[in-house]
Design a protein around this ligand. Structure first.
Ligand code: ZN
Length: 65
C-alpha cells in the first residue's frame, strides 16, 4: 500500500498479485500504474525485505565462524 502515491489524483495505491505479475491500482480513481512504475515501487518495497534477509545471513555466517 502506497499512500497518496497516485500520479493522477494523489490517491492511495494498492497492489494486486496476478498470475502474470503484480499490478498497482489506485483506490480512489482506479488508475492502473504503468508496468515500469509498478516495478519501481515493488523494488523499493522488496529492498526493505532484502535488508532483513541480509541481516539473517550475516548472523548465520557469524554462527558458522
Ligand atoms: Zn488515483
Amino acid at each position: 500500500m502506497w499512500l497518496k502515491a497516485c500520479p493522477r489524483c494523489h490517491g492511495d495505491l494498492f497492489i494486486e498479485y496476478l498470475p502474470d505479475g503484480e499490478e498497482i491500482t489506485c483506490l480512489q480513481c482506479g488508475h492502473h500504474l504503468p508496468t515500469a512504475m509498478t516495478a519501481k515501487l515493488v523494488a523499493r518495497t522488496s529492498r526493505r525485505r532484502a535488508r532483513r534477509g541480509a541481516t539473517a545471513h550475516t548472523a548465520s555466517a557469524h554462527h558458522v565462524a
